[in-house]
Design a protein around this ligand. Structure first.
Ligand SMILES: *Cc1c(COP(=O)(O)O)cnc(C)c1O
Length: 394
């Protein structure tokens, strides 16, 4: 075994690197979860997550992955046998839809090609056809991490309004929270789903749902069996119910630190940082694509995500080779192709606690990996990224 020195570069689209400040905040003995100090920390986190979702309403916190928060959203606001509409954006919309079906919902796709954002006009048309208003919810993935496509949530809201349709708008913000502008109340999103290990720079293990008044009201009559996820239980005065059991104390300590860090940087500054790093990645990828073998998965430049970039590899080439070469040769971790992109793509995550030299180091490693793999690519991607970062002050 070769000994590896230096830093592992974690550019997977989740989990993302954890700042030392957060690691240090978590490095401590458990505490009495009923003591006033911990209760104050937990209460403050529940409160201070609101401005991160840009909502005045409640945010619920689960010891769970993003998948858990998906289930929380569906099981609280819907009843078995109800119809929902899932615009297809990639593997994450497909997986959320599968989960809905497993929970007894009648889920319908609004088909997509995995290379474009959700089309508001098609959403409007489908909802307008639903004269009986049987569709109870629209499930939209803001940034689909598999395809690196970001959809325009206000445009979807406007489409629903034009159709005069009362369905709940549920949005998966797992990969967009803190990386991309998201405004729950202003955009009249009914349920927002989030998780800890992406833009929030935390370990995996916390899932969030934020709920509008309309969603909370739906939750009063929804009949999907639930207990752990139940918003009503978690709204209790009794602190033991906030977490439905023992609080994940260390994740809460980390969350407190993460929220402080996000508020110190400022959400707008965090969005701008992500946009800038994303653009540096895209400048490099654009050069690599010039040789005709590689391509951006997201076809429309304005729809390309600020948090992850999916790069398609040519037919007959195992796309996972770029990823394994980066991992084995350079200790740089990338994402692989997911779902129908498996073996056909690799993904560079650029979210969370990362900066310019980390992105440049990763891009240089990817460019070297393309060379090693013999994949035809335009030379000088890293130079283009450097030129962009040098010319554009933050
Ligand atoms: C990562 C991710 C998820 C799943 O989160 P897990 O914690 O892995 O369950 C869901 N949706 C999106 C958009 C994601 O990026």
């Amino acid at each position: 075994m070769t000994v590896k020195r230096g830093r592992n570069f974690l550019l997977t689209p989740g989990p993302t690197p954890i700042p030392e400040r957060i690691l240090n905040a978590m490095h401590r003995q458990p505490v009495d979860f009923a003591g006033p100090a911990f209760l104050e920390t937990a209460r403050s986190c529940l409160e201070d997550l609101r401005p991160i979702f840009k909502t005045a309403g409640p945010v619920f916190l689960y010891t769970a992955s993003g998948h858990g928060a998906w289930e929380a959203a569906l099981s609280n606001a819907l009843s078995p046998g109800e119809r929902i509409l899932v615009p297809e954006t990639g593997n994450f919309s497909a997986a959320w839809k599968d989960m809905a079906e497993a929970l007894g919902l009648l889920a319908e796709d609004l088909p997509g090609d995995w290379r474009h954002a959700i089309d508001p006009a098609r959403l409007e048309a489908r909802l307008a056809e639903d004269r009986g208003q049987e569709i109870k919810a629209v499930l939209a993935v803001h940034t689909d991490t598999a395809t690196s496509v970001t959809s325009d949530i206000p445009a979807l809201r406007a489409a629903m309004d034009r159709a005069g349709h009362p369905a709940l708008l549920m949005v998966d913000t797992v990969a967009s929270l803190v990386t991309t502008d998201f405004r729950m109340d202003e955009w009249r999103v009914d349920v927002a789903v989030g998780a800890s290990q992406k833009g929030l720079m935390l370990p995996p293990g916390l899932g969030f749902t934020a709920a509008s008044e309309k969603a909370l009201a739906a939750g009063q009559t929804a009949t999907m069996p639930r207990r752990y996820w139940d918003w009503r239980e978690r709204s209790s005065e009794h602190h033991y119910k906030w977490f439905c059991g023992t609080a994940p104390e260390h994740l809460v300590f980390g969350l407190r630190e993460a929220i402080d860090m996000v508020l110190e940087e400022g959400l707008d500054a965090a969005f701008a940082r992500h946009a800038r790093l994303a653009e540096a990645v895209r400048r490099a990828v654009a050069v690599w694509c010039e040789a005709g073998a590689l391509a951006f998965n997201a076809l429309v430049p304005e729809e390309r995500a600020q948090s992850v970039t999916t790069i398609l590899t040519p037919e007959g080439f195992d796309g996972d080779k770029v990823r394994t070469t980066c991992r084995e040769r350079f200790d740089v971790a990338l994402g692989g192709g997911l779902g129908r992109l498996q073996g056909r793509a690799f993904r560079i995550g650029h979210m969370g606690d990362i900066n310019e030299p980390m992105v440049l180091g990763a891009l240089a490693s990817v460019e070297a990996a393309l060379e090693i793999c013999g994949l035809p690519h335009g030379k000088g991607g890293v130079t283009a990224a450097i030129a962009y970062l040098a010319a554009e002050a933050p």
